[in-house]
Design a protein around this ligand. Structure first.
Ligand SMILES: [Zn+2]
Length: 175
């Protein structure tokens, strides 16, 4: 598809006549008509005016659908931001930075909370679940590393006899 065909398509989607688009874009009706017919190649400045008037990105006018990388609304909004005043741009930048920072903080808080929870749980395990000597042989019980299967089963701690196969398993009540 040519720029002309793209322009016609997008203009129709916006329910605009050539005359209305010409008014909105501050271009002449003749210019719009010639671009759509393919008898005129628009200048960069004209493409810019058209994309602003049509609320589309210049990519949508220039590229064919299959060449068009992503016409997501966010990117179109970013194009619109370009035309805002500097202090508004700064506000938007601050806002985006704050959102990114907020999400980083949330990730950090979640991580820390999980760590704190598991620390608290370990304290409970150690205070209320202090394994005595092995019930089978009387030897010392020692905590050992959990394997993946045990972690999946919400097992929090495993105490294993240092002499025999006896195990004491602590499972959390969390689902
Ligand atoms: Zn034992």
């Amino acid at each position: 598809m040519s720029i002309g065909q793209n322009l016609k398509k997008i203009r129709s989607q916006r329910n605009l006549t050539q005359g209305q688009l010409a008014d909105n874009a501050k271009l002449s009706l003749n210019q719009i008509s010639r671009i759509e017919r393919g008898s005129a190649k628009p200048e960069l400045d004209t493409i810019k005016k058209l994309s602003i008037a049509l609320y589309c990105s210049s990519d949508e006018l220039i590229f064919d659908d299959h060449e068009f990388i992503s016409s997501d609304e966010l990117r179109i909004l970013f194009n619109a931001v370009e035309d805002l005043s500097d202090d508004k741009k700064e506000m938007i930048q601050d806002f985006i930075e704050a959102m990114i920072m907020k999400s980083d903080v949330e990730k950090w808080v979640n991580k820390t909370t999980k760590k704190e929870e598991s620390k608290a749980l370990r304290a409970i395990i150690q205070s209320e679940y202090a394994p005595g000597p092995c019930k089978a042989c009387g030897a010392e019980m020692k905590e050992r590393e959990l394997n993946a299967l045990e972690v999946n089963k919400n097992i929090e701690a495993v105490y294993q006899c240092t002499k025999c196969e006896q195990k004491n398993i602590f499972t959390s009540k969390k689902p």
